[in-house]
Design a protein around this ligand. Structure first.
Ligand SMILES: [Zn+2]
Ligand SMILES: [Zn+2]
Length: 136
C-alpha cells in the first residue's frame, strides 16, 4: 500500500497517528498505535482517541467495528466520505477498501425510503483474499 501524503492542516498528534496507520498498511487498534508512538512522546490513550476521532470524522481513517481497529483510507482524495466497504480476510487479516458510489447511493436510497437518517456506515465483508483462497 503506498503511503498517501497527509493533509497539511493536521495537528502533530493527528499527523503522527495518520502516519502510523499508513505505515502499517493495515488495521491497527488504538493501543497498537499508542505503542507505535511512544517513542514520539505520546503516552495517553486519550491523545490517540482524540486524534482518531478527528481523522475518522474527516474520512482519512475508517473504523472497523468488528476488529475494533482503525485503518487509513485507501484514497485520501475522497476525504470526507463517511461511508466505506471493506473486505477482511479471515486467514491473513488483510483488509481491502472497496468504494463504489452506486452501492453507497443505493443504500442511501433504501434508508431514505424508511426516512432513516444515516450517521455512519461501514460495511465489512468477511472471507478469504485471493492468495489465501488459492492456498486453501
Ligand atoms: Zn476511504
Ligand atoms: Zn488472506
Amino acid at each position: 500500500m503506498s503511503a498517501p501524503d497527509a493533509p497539511a492542516d493536521l495537528t502533530r498528534n493527528q499527523a503522527l497517528v495518520y502516519a502510523a496507520l499508513t505505515r502499517a498498511g493495515g488495521p491497527l487498534s488504538a493501543y497498537a498505535i499508542l505503542d507505535d508512538l511512544r517513542a514520539a512522546g505520546l503516552r495517553a490513550p486519550q491523545q490517540i482517541y482524540r486524534a482518531l476521532d478527528k481523522l475518522t470524522e474527516r474520512g482519512l481513517v475508517h473504523r472497523l467495528e468488528s476488529l475494533n481497529a482503525f485503518v487509513a483510507c485507501c484514497d485520501p482524495a475522497h476525504e470526507g466520505h463517511e461511508m466505506a466497504a471493506f473486505s477482511i480476510c479471515e486467514a491473513c487479516g488483510k483488509v481491502g477498501e472497496m468504494t463504489d458510489a452506486g452501492l453507497i447511493d443505493r443504500l442511501k436510497r433504501l434508508a431514505a425510503r424508511d426516512a432513516f437518517q444515516i450517521r455512519s456506515m461501514t460495511l465489512e465483508v468477511r472471507g478469504l483474499c485471493a492468495e489465501c483462497a488459492a492456498r486453501a
